[in-house]
Design a protein. Structure first.
Length: 145
């Protein structure tokens, strides 16, 4: 009888502990999930690979979505960095989709995050989608440029 009671009491406790540990392992774009150097490398790559379509001001027009501002933030808020990374990896550049290397995609994501006033940190943005799944895109604390 004591084992059954311990199991009944222990099971909810374990579930609660798992939720707390998961919440601690998840992070947000507000937490400095890329480095300034990574964003600078992304800026160089953006100029070469993306600016033609997304223009130098990152404020795209027509069917090309903007990479900064309210529209961008509303489109991506609540999604994960893995979602943004996957979108770029599979569809960009439009002239040769899927041609970017994993580190280039991470650099571009870092640059886009920097454009939207997300802070840089000390650890580079990972290139593995499973690691990026734990980073949630949230509205920045200060408005986008």
């Amino acid at each position: 009888m004591k084992v059954k009671t311990a199991f009944i009491v222990g099971l909810p406790f374990c579930a609660l502990l798992s939720m707390v540990l998961f919440a601690q392992s998840a992070s947000s774009t507000r937490d400095g999930v890329y480095t300034a150097d990574q964003a600078e490398q992304g800026h160089v790559l953006y100029t070469k690979q993306c600016a033609l379509c997304h223009d130098a001001a990152q404020q795209s027009a027509g069917q090309i979505p903007p990479l900064t501002g309210d529209t961008f933030l509303q489109n991506w808020n609540g999604q994960t960095v893995a979602d943004l990374y996957g979108k770029i990896q599979t569809t960009m550049p439009s002239t040769h989709p899927g041609s970017l290397k994993p580190d280039e995609v991470a650099q571009l994501v870092a640059y886009i995050l920097s454009l939207n006033n997300y802070p840089a940190g000390k650890t580079p943005l990972p290139t593995k989608p499973e690691s990026l799944q734990t980073i949630h895109i949230e509205m920045p604390l200060s408005g986008a440029q």
